[in-house]
Design a protein around this ligand. Sequence first.
Ligand SMILES: [Zn+2]
Length: 804
Amino acid sequence: MKKILVLFTVLLSVNCNAYSQKKCGHQHSMKSVSANDTRSDSLDITHTHLTLQLTDFTNQILQGEADISFTVKVDNLTIVDLDLESLTVTTASLNGEDLAYTHNGTLLRITLNQVYNENDTFELHIKYEGSPITDSSGWGGFYWTNDYAYNLGVGFDAAPHSFGRSWFPCFDNFVERCTYSFAAYTTFPKKAFFNGLPDFSYIGFTDDTGVTLNQWTIDNAIPSYLVGMAVGEYDISVSQHFTSENDSVPIWLIAPENNLAQVESSFTNLSAAISSFEEFYGGYKWSKVGYSFVPFNGGAMEHATNIAYPLSLADGSLDYETLMAHELAHHWWGDYVTCSTAEDMWINEGMASYSEALFMEHTYGADAYYDWITDNHRDVLLYAHNTDGAYLPVSGIGHENTYGSHVYNKGASVGHNLRTYMGDAAFKSASESFMSTYALQSVSSEQMRNHFQNYTTSDLTSFFADWIFNPGFTDFSIDSKLITEVSESEYTIELTISQRRHEAPSYFSNMPVDVTIISAEGIDETHTVIISGELSEVSFISSLAPKHIILNRDYNLTPAILAEEKLITDTGLDLFSYAEFRSDINEMSDQDSVWMRVECHFTGPHETQPQAEYLISSDRFWRVIGDFPEEYDAGGRIRYYGSESSGFTFDEGFFDMAQDHGYSESELKLIYRENASSSWSEHLNYELNTLAVDDDYIGRIDFLDLKQGDYTWGFSTGETSITEISSELLIYPNPVLDRINLSQKLLTYSSYKIVDLSGRVIQQGAINGSSIKCKSITPGSYALQFYDTTGKLNHQENFLLIKE
Ligand SMILES: [Zn+2]
């Protein structure tokens, strides 16, 4: 399913004023459902036949009869609990014999007339009627709108979200599946469309009695939330799609006659969408592809083979075709293999959202895929934690964020990254066999991990831990490089790559990162290295002499970085709106051009040269890489968002800390270093603009002399050593023999690192106890760094280690 949100147009750029993002305004009212999901362990529903009177549009009353077939899985069964919301039950019977029942408006409890034991079967007949409800969120349940009646099988506020119970009795969970048949009575010219195929030829639909009998059957077992119907004065466009297995599948587009031409135009690329998913996930397994167009503007719902789709969005344009693709993709992710619980909704929604990118790649090419992935990644990095209220993992999400941004958008990034870890061939084989192995079943994230692991040597335990089970992001960059020319076409490249964490509890492991070598002639060559932990030393042979070395250039992974490249041929302003940066070229000759890559990192820079002069941003820095002509003069602009009123909440940590230390906004400095191995110093030519309000820590910095290097902000400590921030004696003795004693003040920190003069971490651990024992460290000068619970470096003491 997909919600359509009318969002503010998000145009964050260094040129725009900050805007405020509206938080989700849903009321999350919980409804109690007393029947529990373990019912499916004692009783299996094998088939449900619904007979529905859908003729009373005036009073909006539904009359229904459900014939539900059960197979018993335990002994001594005497009670059946079913979910049915609001509607009134008038009869429950078995083999023509009335049964006792209670119905509290949610739980329908039927007492059987005899004891049933394992492998027994029986069929309940339940008559009910009433006005079916819509979910309190406005999204989900049953709708009578003018000349239409239709359902949406999920309720955003409903608990559980599965919402078949709004119009028929069922086990309303993601696990129970059965086949369905339908007999619906409508008043001509209204017709009813359900899952599966009709039981008679639909040619004409003429019936002069005034009432039409519509009969449908779906032979694939589906959960209750995927049962979908639409009644209206419909016409049909039927075409054929030929699957990869050379079968043909009918495509049904069900819309009012006057809308059919527009619908067909908007769905021009539907067959391409089917092909794109067949290529990655295997053949389409259902009896038809069906979309019923309904007067609902809030989104679409993936009812198996009878998708409910907003009529208003099939306007003849291709503007919404990713929504078309998304719902179709659910016929693999969600409908064919379903998440076992709402906690793993990313398996349905994240993968269906990722499939939008595959559709774009298949239909419009690699650039369209790249654009989809990078746009989605930017949304995740900038907004998902605001929209959902916290940095969340993708799996194990709470009820109120089942349909949130982490599940859909970060879940889509996860699909993309999984493809990168595995490679295309393995990702396709694993997906296709996953669909067969778990066909018409439900799965957990762990089952998916274990299945996919069989198809790759890449470590998916790390992958699932880092990207799915834990919140946050990794960030990485090159700290140092050593290039050795072996011959004219052979260079040994040795790199130190540091990893930093953006709201993640630990460093990522076994992560395949692309390293692109660009020569002076502009030729490039890409190698993949595996990085783990805080610092990774990697080496490989390149056939090119590198002028630039770039990580993750094609966005095969989605770290906490927004990077953008431009080739600039004219003077003037250029917005790197993706990388949150603006350049301003004042002077350049007509023949020259500038190639520039700007990376905005959402972490503080890794300091290979720890230094005391500046309190350096722990939230963001920019790395500029480029080919700059000799006759050239340019400037740049960055913005900082140090308080929530900016609408952005990623620079707050540092500014909160700075405020605690008594630094005011007007003291903020632009600091620069040539590369990660050099020291930071204050930029010589810049202007701080604190904008309207002082000390809201929202503002911008314009600077001249734009060149390669790292840029960030900081405050001058006025000191030459961090140790002098405090005049107290915090560690003792110093020099150290083999044990460092910590003062009370330092015990508030969570972890420490001992770092040598070259920035190498020699020893690290948690702060527990009032001293740290130095384990076989060579005598010399070291820095002892203290980190808070979020992993931020907060304090440093220097010491000399001696040996007796
Ligand atoms: Zn969806």
